[in-house]
Design a protein around this ligand. Structure first.
Ligand SMILES: [Zn+2]
Length: 183
């Protein structure tokens, strides 16, 4: 959603400063849905955006983004427990591209991977909030910014790739597996 991304860029350029709804509307490209995009950034992406409802020093129509780093995301209807369960089940790894939480994202050099919980079948198409219909994705895959198929590579392909890798890379794979399985 282009409007959402430009609102976020504007907020990130003004962390800790009061911004007004007029500025945010302008940043969104004068979209009528700017307030909804702002709510999505707060509720679905975890950005700590305060309004007059959270902060008595703000007037209606004023907002502050308190930190450039988003907090834990609370998706509507999905409990913290379910979210934790899905993250654990998926090994804190994007199920589409394999990027890991807290590591540099392979596609955006120098940017840490930010994980989100998404629906496999969208709620608008009848998908449920059960863990079986939820998956861990990085923010890029979740927003459809990466053009990758969600197919898991098969074992033969993985082994061939690892056998052909340099010794250093093989060692990195070994370390990762040891860490994952705690051995
Ligand atoms: Zn991803």
């Amino acid at each position: 959603m282009a409007g959402r991304e430009s609102i976020l860029q504007y907020l990130l350029a003004h962390v800790g400063e009061v911004v007004t709804k007029d500025e945010l509307r302008a940043a969104s490209g004068n979209q009528s849905e700017w307030a909804r995009r702002l709510r999505e950034l707060r509720d679905e992406y975890g950005y700590q955006i305060a309004s007059d409802k959270d902060d008595a020093t703000l007037k209606p129509g004023q907002y502050i983004l308190h930190s450039a780093i988003p907090g834990p995301v609370a998706i509507r209807g999905i409990s913290r427990e379910t979210r934790a369960r899905v993250l654990e089940r998926d090994g804190y790894t994007c199920q589409t591209c394999g990027a890991e939480a807290g590591q540099d994202h392979p596609e955006t050099l120098g940017k840490k991977t930010q994980l989100q919980i998404g629906h496999v079948i969208d709620k608008s198409k009848g998908g449920s909030d059960e863990p079986s219909n939820l998956r861990t994705q990085c923010s890029l895959c979740n927003q459809g910014l990466q053009n990758l198929t969600p197919m898991r590579p098969n074992l033969t392909h993985i082994l061939v790739t690892v056998r052909k890798a340099t010794r250093d890379d093989q060692r990195a794979v070994l370390d990762w597996l040891k860490k994952k399985f705690g051995e």
